[in-house]
Write a protein that binds this ligand. Structure first.
Ligand code: SF4
Ligand code: SF4
Length: 469
């Protein structure tokens, strides 16, 4: 059974999902391709977004990949700016800001994300469905073949289509992996060959399988059944939210035929239904399944052009705007969301600007030996320098107490590369008389030119926890 056969059932839309039959079986959605101004705009945006998705892990800025989300190593790079484990609090705030941004955008612009920017919609509608149309033809041919016998024609098309889907899914999975483990690691794994890193084949196969299953089979069900955003979106929209909406004031009473006496502008042609990738009839009002893809706007505009009526019977509008003709999108709720959003933007911006541009950790090396030299006694200290700027940094070390102490850096801190981290050791040597009963204190100063970056006072041991070399 297909959605094409059952469009007459639209009055049951509140009780049932359009793509699920009463007995729970799937009703396959054979969406028709509808060209139009929104489709063109979405195609152009999709090209930009897919290019961004594919290139981001491979483009380097200051030696770092443009986008990296390495959860295992807690290494994140957003738009070329690295975030270190020490910046995790800032990442949490940025995540919170994203959540509030989505809430604000959803309350004002509805599911604009779903229709225009969501990877699921972009890959499904702009890539996989287009390939399907190219190989299998339009909805009628697809439905005919699917319901018919396994002829050679059906077989070769199915093999070609599923093969292309599988290769595309594998490609997407590789790019996805490059975000998680870094493109350098991925390219190294590829050049080493699959047998050299069999462990990575497991996530790669898993991701490829999931992408293939979603785009080849699960499709709109991901938006309708699985996506949490689709669920919580329902709590965010109200009658003032902008959405792809049918105008019943203008459209009803709908009806076919040239005699329009007593009828509205809707000619009941079902073109808006046949293009819908989730198989719904937008004329039933705002529905959970609608991803605001705008295909029905283009379809209806084409019909309105033909019947010489103004475009926009289906358009971006709020329910209140349809009813009253006036749009009141700036409601107290939007003002509240907007205020929280502005505060968060300000907090994140200020904290980002105040984020120290160099992070230096100095610790006595635990369990390390103490050494005796001709100049005195020495302890080792661990040093870690994180350069969070795009300029190289020249870091020097001095011991300002006790008197007569010296420091030998065992780390090349004279040129710490931009956006990088170095680790090493310092050997601090103090006069023996400055250590009483095996315990002393040293004050190490970290400088960059004349600028003192950090002053750290820490312990110096020549007994108990320290052992002589
Ligand atoms: S109702 Fe229109 S906007 Fe909503 S999913 Fe269907 S075609 Fe897209
Ligand atoms: S495409 Fe427009 S005219 Fe045709 S059924 Fe849909 S709303 Fe009515």
């Amino acid at each position: 059974m297909s959605i094409i056969d059952t469009v007459e059932d639209h009055e049951r839309f509140r009780a049932e999902l359009a793509s699920i039959a009463k007995d729970g079986r799937r009703k396959w959605v054979y969406a028709r391709q509808q060209k139009g101004r929104y489709y063109t705009a979405r195609t152009l945006l999709s090209i930009v977004l897919v290019a961004f998705f594919v290139l981001s892990p491979f483009v380097k800025v200051g030696g770092h990949q443009f986008m990296l989300l390495n959860l295992l190593d807690r290494s994140f790079v957003l738009f070329g700016i690295p975030f270190w484990p020490q910046d995790m609090w800032l990442l949490v705030l940025i995540f919170l800001l994203c959540v509030v941004t989505v809430a604000l955008f959803t309350a004002t612009l509805g599911r604009i994300w779903c229709g225009w920017m969501c990877p699921q919609t972009i890959f499904m509608e702009m890539m996989f469905r287009r390939i399907e149309w190219l190989i299998d033809g339009g909805p009628k041919e697809q439905a005919r073949r699917r319901g018919g016998p396994w002829t050679f024609d059906r077989l070769w098309r199915a093999v070609v289509k599923q093969s292309v889907f599988a290769v595309l899914s594998f490609g997407i999975a590789n790019v996805f992996l490059a975000y998680l483990i870094s493109s350098d690691t991925l390219l190294r794994y590829i050049s080493d060959g699959p047998t050299a890193h069999a462990g990575v084949l497991i996530p790669l196969t898993l991701f490829s399988g999931v992408f293939y299953a979603v785009f080849a089979r699960f499709r709109e069900q991901a938006c309708v059944i699985v996506c949490p955003y689709g669920r919580y979106m329902s709590a965010l929209v109200d009658e003032n939210t902008l959405a792809v909406t049918y105008d019943p004031v203008r459209g009803e009473q709908r009806g076919k035929g040239k005699d329009r006496e007593g009828k509205g502008d809707c000619v009941d042609c079902y073109q808006c239904v046949t293009v819908c990738p989730t198989g719904i009839d937008i004329r039933n009002g705002i529905q959970l399944e609608c991803v605001n893809c705008t295909a029905c706007i283009d379809a209806c505009d084409a019909v309105m052009d033909k019947v010489k009526k103004p475009r926009g019977l289906i358009r971006y509008a709020s329910l209140n705007a349809i009813r009253s003709g006036a749009s009141h999108w700036f409601t107290p709720r939007i003002a509240a969301y907007g205020s929280v959003w502005l505060v968060l933007v300000a907090v994140v911006s200020v904290l980002f600007m105040l984020r120290s541009d160099i992070e230096i950790t100095l610790l006595r090396q635990e369990g390390s030996v103490w050494v005796t030299t001709t100049e005195g006694v020495g302890n080792y200290y661990r040093v870690e320098i994180i350069n969070k700027t795009s300029n190289p940094r020249n870091i020097q070390f001095d011991v300002i107490s006790p008197k007569g102490a010296t420091v030998k850096p065992l780390v090349d801190a004279k040129s710490v590369k931009p956006w990088s981290e170095i680790k090493g050791r310092l050997l601090v040597i103090v006069p023996p008389e400055s250590v009483v009963n095996g315990v002393g204190r040293v004050t190490i100063q970290v400088r960059e030119g004349e600028n003192v970056v950090k002053t750290e006072t820490t312990s110096f041991l020549t007994s108990q926890s320290g052992s002589q070399q």
